[in-house]
Unconditional design. Structure first.
Length: 149
């Protein structure tokens, strides 16, 4: 089974989210809620590309949580493609199964980056997304550049 290529933004080097269906003219957009100062420039990620932590976006990912594609439960138009990158701190929480603590961490990082708290809707959105991810996980967390398998 071949995986679709991971698409990233050439300008900010972040993973993109697919809106709609690719074959039907779906579009890649920036994920998350961070303010952007540029238009998205979708390019195919080079082999072995990891990028920022897909959970907290505070650090570069040093782990990958392998996962199949899944629909964002909050927005059926959006698809998550492939595995999620995780930084050291997030990877530790995932490995221990501390998904609630992971959410606390992500909310904490959000507050630092935005200067304001996530509202309840955003927290619930993330929780739903993480739950959908957990169901789509199809392998153990692995360190990037570690045992290639
Ligand atoms: Zn960008
Ligand atoms: Zn992280």
């Amino acid at each position: 089974m071949s995986r679709p290529p991971i698409m990233i933004c050439e300008t900010c080097q972040e993973a993109l989210t697919l809106v709609g269906i690719e074959e039907e003219g779906g579009q890649y957009v920036h994920g998350g809620s961070k303010p952007r100062d540029h238009e998205v420039v979708p390019v195919q990620a080079p082999p072995g590309w990891v990028g920022q932590c897909d959970f907290c976006a505070a650090d570069m990912g040093t782990f990958v949580l392998p996962a199949g594609d899944f629909q964002d439960p909050n927005n059926p138009n959006r698809w998550s493609r492939g595995g999620w990158a995780a930084c050291e701190a997030c990877a530790r929480l995932i490995e221990a199964g501390h998904w609630a603590l992971l959410l606390v961490r992500v909310a904490e990082v959000f507050k630092q980056q935005h200067g304001q708290r996530m509202d309840l809707g955003q927290v619930l959105h993330l929780w739903g997304l993480h739950q959908a991810l957990r169901e789509a996980v199809d392998g153990p967390l692995r360190r990037v550049g570690g045992d290639d398998q």
